[in-house]
Design a protein around this ligand. Sequence first.
Ligand code: NCD
Ligand code: ZN
Length: 411
Amino acid sequence: MSGRLVQRPGPAADVVIRGARVLDPAAGIDHVGDLVVREGRIGGRPDGLEVIDGRGMVVVPGLVDVHVHLRVPGREDCEDIATGSRAAAAGGFVTVLAMPNTQPPIVDAAALAAYEQAAQARARCDYGLYLGAGPGNLGALAALAPRAAGLKLYLDSTFGDLKMDSLDLLIAHCAAWPADRPLLAHAEGNNLAAAILAAHLAGRAIHIAHVSRQAEIELIRAAKLKGFAVTCEVCPHHLFLTLKECGLPPGYIEVRPRLAAQADAEALWANLEFIDCFATDHAPHTRAEKAGPHPPPGYPGLETALALWLTAVHQGRLTLDDVVARMHTNPRRIFRLPEQPDTWVEVDPDQAWTPRGAALRSRAGWTPFEGWIVRGRVVGVTLRGRPAYAGENVLSPPGAGRNLHPAGLNR
Ligand code: NCD
Ligand code: ZN
């Protein structure tokens, strides 16, 4: 692939990308041909436009990450909405759904309003904001539901103070949160069985975050085969790293759910058909914290995820369609995200490169995949007809992103 345009902020340049594979499952498109971009829109007449050589390149729809931590408010030293969404754009994501375990957490109207304001002013890509369930907000959340990407239940310990211990509360939140709104859970081991059953008995869907172990994916598979409305995501680190082999120093190794055994990673690979989404769980903590006496759990992931999945495509473990289904089509369906017209990602699937923490756009400044050789690189991202990323530069300014509420429900 050659000849990528120099893009500037503003409308995307008029161009014909010649000979690229264009993949858009929602539109039933998968062909090699010309992609015409005129006045920031896909389509139109190619005459008179500059032609760039797109052979070997792939054009896919804008990617969605349903699980990121942007650390606003409270830990802007680790990440803020502008730096997290900058990392997202560089990683091929046009939408990130942000978790509520901030300081203070997003559990009430005042916190949500401040979070909305900060995101509106600072986000460089589109976003949704999750609310956190807790003991004090059972009665208040349903009224906030139209403004949220979903409700997160923390049933296991992790970073932040949102852990819920009581079965009563789990059942009550499953009943109180509107059934047509996304409900998601961090639920490991026995808590996973409890979450799936509680949601099922409440007659509603549930999405399980960062599944990491064999018994868990097998339980989800069994529930799906029984027709339960359960969906799930996995993160690259649980498929590409294991506790024994990862080589990460103490502190850096900490993540929740913890890295697991080879058999667990293999079970995830073997059950891909039951895995709906590839999320990152982008959990930026600085090197100083990871190397310190109380290392918080979590790995940054926005800038390495797509390349890792594309490397698996090269290895024959996945197809490109598998990746697009789990990073675009399924996330949009499960979280009922509205369409983003004239939004696409240009990828060079062959380009080999090496992730370096020091080169990340995330404030975290490190990666568990430091020094790996991965294959597949984002070359351009266009969001609603405007270049968000091109030529290694993030072009979308803070404030360019929109809050994507679940489609059709409140706007
Ligand atoms: C996340 C964080 O840092 O916010 N940490 C993690 O280890 N995954 C929280 C979470 O998703 O559990
Ligand atoms: Zn997380």
